[in-house]
Write a protein that binds this ligand. Structure first.
Ligand SMILES: [Zn+2]
Ligand SMILES: [Zn+2]
Ligand SMILES: [Zn+2]
Length: 769
């Protein structure tokens, strides 16, 4: 299935909030003209936060509208941020310019960091300009924001730029209302602003200013790894064409196979490497400038070292988004690995002294500067699914922009889950969701988590009355929540997933939530993850779940698909599974390992029961001998997805509602019969889609919400969406908020809002199929 299937003729409604220099520049008449010309109904209005608009049309028309909005906008309009969200049609007729409403943020809004604007780019490339080759050039329309704000209100004295007094030239610009840098808080120039330096592994200065940049470029071209201090933290950079350079980076980072993101010089080069749709092109060149997951072109594989993204049909690509990156890539006009400078899944490094320690042994050189970074902000990751944007990691360019809530909320702090942690606060009728923080596995990650909460509280003069956390008693975020003043509200993990997806789609009323992920603490204290929740105004009911099995070795099973497979087979065959090495999964263990695992399963010790869909994916990847031990989270499921992609296969396996046993028998048979793994993988995905269909029919809710980490899988998502639509259901999936645990904090806010309104009585545990 293509990633961007042609849309159905069904009407969709786009709502977009556009922030930036969009008022008083003819933006609303432009939108009116464009929509009328394209025959799209809807409205446009000024709001406190910028311009808000809605248009209705087919998915394809709306995509076209979005692209034209960005490319044909009035000369003086500058877009700092554009957040599109696709909603159900409400039957607008005609197109109107509405009276300016008093809607939107009245609270001070913290803007995300904005990619370099065309004017600033022109200046740094023009030899006669006083900012020629100056890597910290910015203006009111671009540059750092959230990454340097220390407090509100937003002015220079409360940013990390306070240590750089402006020179007379910069002051003149700053105070001149006609100038593009009028009140541009981070403005600077070579005479007064931050400067570059190149350090060796010990932190000795090798070069400064332009020389530092040239030497860093030369090192990258020579196959070295250079740590580059950018906007929201350090990148580790290497020549993406040189196998040896990328391999060295992998070995040093102990990152065996997880794909690296690339920075490429231009949209044109992105198009040489990958297939780029108009929507994807708009994202690449947007002010948010995220990493966009793009399908590789078959003919371009030789242009990139194999180890950039081994056996992966996609590449994560971004364009340069700061003057520093533009200058780097001007000297080195080739694809460059630009991966987060961190250890495993920790927050990205932001301080050069810290980087010398934390990235020791990883980087050969350090290209640093003396503008402090207020907080780590990773690159955001976006994919286009079914013609809509899907954020997989919400950070630079997006955080901490608010999500509108259905009504006024009490003061809630939500601390999120454990993996891919984010935090959120409810303030008035909005929720502010933090940037991606990461796995709360280390002391440093926990420190950043606490700092992020503290800065939110400071920015919004906010003291929470209610604290939302995960139901899991042992998450560090839960412990933290328990230590805070305020009423504690533990929220079931999958309920939070469903609510976050509902908020993302402006949904109310009752829905069937399909929350599939790796792990989440269940009401019955087992590990949930293959959940079907009916969510109504009154709370939720677990109406069905995938058949459970045991995970031998608990935490270890998360990294070892063979353990999931063993648990699954034990559930089917019992003790007999140990009698022979009946399949690849069993063959992947040593005799000694099996001797240890057998009593675990037999006695149910260290082998918790799970309904996890993520572990079911792992188990099948193991049965097909695709992956027995993972080198990064989600790898096995990803490999199954990639295996399934691109086949003409339409088949599926037998199953009984949410019982996978008939399917597993059939998979084992197919594998034995040497049916290609890709075909089996496709049939497996199709079967899961049919399970969802069958439960949806049995439950009878028309609206079906797809959420949880499993729906990062585009093959699964597309299949389920397509089948649900075919059978008359209305599927919803994520857009601005990640389907993974990055969305949990927002869901927790929604849960507490419902509970505190008194209607939501909490949870019902019944009807499990
Ligand atoms: Zn600019
Ligand atoms: Zn200056
Ligand atoms: Zn989850």
């Amino acid at each position: 299935m293509p990633t961007e299937v042609p849309s159905t003729s069904e009407l969709e409604r786009l709502r977009a909030v556009i922030r930036g220099a969009v008022q008083g520049v003819g933006f609303r008449p432009f939108v009116h003209h464009l929509a009328t010309e394209m025959n799209l109904a809807g409205w446009v209005s000024n709001a406190n936060e910028g311009v808000v608009l809605e248009v209705e049309g087919s998915n394809q028309e709306i995509r076209q509208f979005l692209v034209r909005l960005a490319t044909e906008k009035p000369a003086h309009a500058v877009i700092h941020s554009l957040e599109p969200v696709f909603l159900d049609s409400v039957g607008h007729s005609g197109f109107t310019i509405r009276e300016s409403g008093d809607q939107g943020a009245r609270t001070a809004l913290i803007l995300p960091d904005i990619a370099t604007c065309p004017e600033c780019l022109k200046e740094i490339l023009h030899p006669a300009n006083r900012r020629y080759q100056y890597p910290f050039t910015n203006c009111t329309n671009c540059g750092p924001r959230y990454s340097l704000i220390e407090d509100l209100p937003y002015d220079r004295a409360r940013t990390t730029m306070k240590i750089f007094p402006m020179c007379p030239d910069c002051q003149w610009e700053y105070h001149n209302p006609q100038d593009r840098r009028f009140h541009a808080q981070p403005t600077a120039c070579p005479a007064c602003g931050p400067q570059l330096a190149l350090w060796d592994r010990e932190g000795r200065i090798l070069a400064v200013r332009e020389d530092a940049l040239s030497a860093a470029v030369k090192a990258i071209a020579d196959g070295q790894v250079v740590a580059v201090k950018g906007l929201g933290g350090f990148h580790l950079c290497a020549d993406a064409r040189q196998e040896s350079a990328v391999l060295a980076l992998r070995q040093r980072k102990r990152r065996q196979e997880k794909p690296f993101a690339l920075m490429v010089p231009s949209l044109e080069m992105a198009k040489i490497l990958c297939e780029v749709s108009e929507m994807e092109g708009r994202l690449l060149t947007s002010a948010e400038a995220p990493i966009v997951l793009l399908r590789r072109r078959q003919d371009s594989s030789s242009a990139i070292a194999e180890s950039v993204a081994p056996r992966n049909p996609y590449l994560g690509i971004m364009l340069p988004y700061t003057p520093l990156h533009h200058l780097l890539i001007k000297e080195f006009p080739y694809p460059m690995v630009a991966t987060s400078g961190n250890i495993s899944e920790e927050p990205i490094c932001i301080d050069e002294e810290e980087a010398l320690q934390d990235l020791k042994g990883l980087a050969d050189l350090y290209l640093v500067h003396n503008r402090p970074i207020a907080r780590p902000i990773d690159d955001s990751i976006v994919a286009v699914v079914e013609g809509r944007e899907l954020l997989l990691r919400r950070a630079r360019g997006y955080a901490p922009l608010p999500v509108r809530l259905g009504g006024e909320a009490p003061r809630i702090l939500a601390v999120g889950a454990h993996l891919k942690n984010t935090v959120a606060i409810a303030h008035g009728d909005q929720a502010f969701v933090s940037q991606h923080i990461g796995e709360l596995e280390t002391a440093r990650a926990f420190e950043i988590f606490k700092k992020t909460i503290a800065s939110f509280e400071q920015f919004y003069a906010f003291e929470p009355e209610l604290i939302a956390c995960d139901l899991h008693p042992n998450y560090v975020s839960t412990h933290y929540a328990g230590d805070r003043n305020g009423t504690l509200h533990p929220v079931q993990h999958h309920y939070a997933h469903v609510l976050s997806c509902m908020a993302d789609n402006d949904l109310e009323g009752s829905v069937l939530g399909v929350a599939w992920d790796g792990t989440g603490y269940g009401l019955d204290h087992t590990v949930w993850g293959g959940e079907f929740l009916r969510v109504t105004e009154a709370g939720f009911e677990r109406v069905a779940h995938l058949r459970t099995f045991r995970l031998p070795g608990n935490e270890k099973a998360v990294r070892e698909p063979r353990r999931s497979a063993l648990g699954l087979l034990f559930e089917i065959f019992g003790e007999w599974v140990f009698d022979g090495r009946i399949c690849a999964s069993l063959q992947a263990f040593t005799e000694a390992e099996l001797t240890l695992l057998k009593p675990m399963l037999m006695k149910g010790i260290q082998a918790p029961i799970t309904s996890s869909a993520g572990r079911l994916f792992d188990a099948v990847a193991s049965l097909l001998d695709l992956r027995q031990i993972m080198t990064f989270e989600g790898q096995a499921a990803m490999e199954l997805e990639f295996a399934a992609t691109g086949h003409e296969e339409e088949g599926q396996y037998p199953f009984e509602m949410t019982d996978w046993e008939p399917m597993i028998h059939a998979i084992l048979q197919d594998f034995q019969d040497r049916i290609p793994v890709g075909i089996i993988a496709a049939r497996f995905h199709h079967t899961l889609a049919e399970m969802i269909l069958q439960v949806a029919h049995a439950v009878g809710e028309k609206k079906v919400v797809l959420t949880g980490g499993c729906f990062q899988n585009r093959y699964l998502s597309s299949r389920v969406i397509w089948r649900l639509r075919e059978e008359g259901f209305q599927p919803y999936w994520h857009q601005r908020i990640p389907p993974n645990d990055g969305g949990i904090a927002l869901g927790q806010i929604l849960a507490v809002m419902r509970q505190s309104s008194g209607k939501d009585t909490g949870h019902v545990l019944s009807g499990s199929r």
